[in-house]
Design a protein around this ligand. Structure first.
Ligand code: NZQ
Ligand code: ZN
Length: 383
């Protein structure tokens, strides 16, 4: 196990009806900016619950943050927050609203062009305090310090990390899942699954607790996914899914282990060029990563086959083949198509993505062995 330092300051407030806790969780003297997306919270009653809980607070609102939150939109909110002297941000939504709010919180305190802190690591960690009401389990953004921001005019999608952007608290009410389009449930399951894999399926780290935690989350997802596909309104199933998503990317399973993240980096570029949902890009790229990196990942692939899918007999190569096939079948069982051609993405995009990584001179993966040439191999594998 590698050395590590761990701290996660986010308070979790979990369960049905917990949105009412907002009244007590946000200090009464704060001027709150409530941020949200395209309006789903108006239809499912979450907006009304938040407003009711904050009826004695001074609350302003900024709606319209789009999936894959857009820099231009967020900058409008930054200007409004500065004008109104906002001193608390409440994100009510999914990863896009939460990430957008982390950007806003950081940009308010940033002197200069905010895009700069997406291009290089933040020198300081300042931000306006923020909290979240989560409406879609997927990204884990409700309990981490990262955010991913898009700038469509430049076909860019980049991430940043700011310690000051850990939400002060996050409210997780599993009944929010009841109103999700099935496509978003599928995206959330895939995103959670691949978050775990990026931190688990590397090389052996002798980190038993983290490995068993990771396998526990994967097995939970495999158990709840078919149930969610037929009934999205079973409370316990939704609760287990929601908790899985948070635990997949809040730092717990990352302690002391190597991490991959190649699939996310490549997937982000596919979204930047073609606008695909984040979860969909992962379902396309991840099987390619497993196939091209199977030698480097051999030991953990065998462990994954046995512990997660119960594949424990036969030749090693067959067990690995079966584990990769199970992963592909799992994604497809959620109604997601897993080939680039299903989305009319061809060789030109593959070449553009490889050339972007070549220009940045970065190699991806747990051992930085995924060069631009290997990215081409990975994407050719999933054409
Ligand atoms: O905008 P509204 O109208 O609210 O609709 C949203 C949106 O259209 C809808 N939705 C959300 N909750 C709903 C609901 N519809 C009905 N009922 C509800 N309860 O779902 C759609 C997608 O929302 P979005 O927030 O975009 O989804 P998600 O949570 O998957 O977030 C994706 C973004 O997060 C980034 C992704 O790159 C992408 O930009 N990620 C952030 C990470 C992080 N901060 O740690 C890590 C992830 O790997 C990921 O990269
Ligand atoms: Zn993700």
């Amino acid at each position: 196990m590698n050395n590590f330092i761990f701290q996660n300051p986010t308070k979790l407030v979990f369960g049905e009806g917990q949105i009412a806790q907002l009244a007590k969780l946000i200090p009464a003297d704060k001027h709150v900016m409530m941020t949200y997306g395209g309006g789903s919270i108006h239809k499912n009653g979450i907006y009304d619950q938040v407003k009711k809980a904050l009826c004695n607070h001074q609350v302003s609102e900024f709606g319209g943050i789009e999936p894959n939150p857009e820099y231009e939109t967020l900058m409008r909110c930054v200007a409004e927050c500065k004008e109104k002297n906002i001193d608390f941000l409440l994100a009510v939504g999914g990863g896009s609203v939460i990430d957008g709010t982390k950007f806003i919180a950081t940009a308010i305190k940033w002197d200069g062009e905010p895009w700069d802190f997406l291009l290089r690591p933040l020198p300081t960690g300042q931000a306006v305090p923020l909290a979240t009401v989560l409406t879609i389990p997927a990204t884990g953004s409700e309990m981490n310090s990262g955010a991913v921001i898009s700038r469509r005019a430049r076909k860019e999608k980049l991430c940043f990390f700011n310690e000051a952007c850990f939400p002060q608290f996050s409210i997780l009410d599993p009944t929010a899942i009841y109103s999700l389009p099935q496509k978003q449930v599928a995206n959330g399951i895939i995103d959670t699954f691949v978050h775990v894999m990026e931190q688990y399926l590397t090389y052996p780290n002798n980190a038993r607790v983290q490995e068993y935690w990771a396998e526990g989350i994967l097995k939970t997802l495999i158990e709840v996914a078919p149930k969610l596909m037929v009934n999205q309104k079973d409370y316990d199933t939704c609760a287990n899914f929601m908790y899985s998503a948070t635990m997949a990317l809040n730092g717990f399973i990352a302690m002391g282990v190597a991490q991959d993240w190649a699939t996310h980096m490549i997937g982000q570029e596919i979204t930047a060029f073609h606008g695909l949902d984040h979860g969909v890009t992962l379902a396309i790229v991840y099987p390619g990563v497993l196939k091209i990196m199977r030698e480097e990942k051999r030991d953990m692939l065998l462990r994954y086959a046995e512990q997660v899918w119960g594949i424990n007999s036969g030749a090693e190569e067959d067990r690995i083949d079966q584990a990769i096939a199970c992963t592909e079948d799992f994604f497809q069982s959620l109604g997601v198509k897993i080939h680039l051609s299903d989305y009319n993405i061809g060789d030109d995009t593959i070449a553009e993505i490889a050339s972007r990584f070549a220009k940045k001179k970065v190699a991806l993966g747990e051992k930085q062995t995924i060069t631009p040439e290997r990215i081409v191999e990975i994407l050719n594998q999933v054409k």
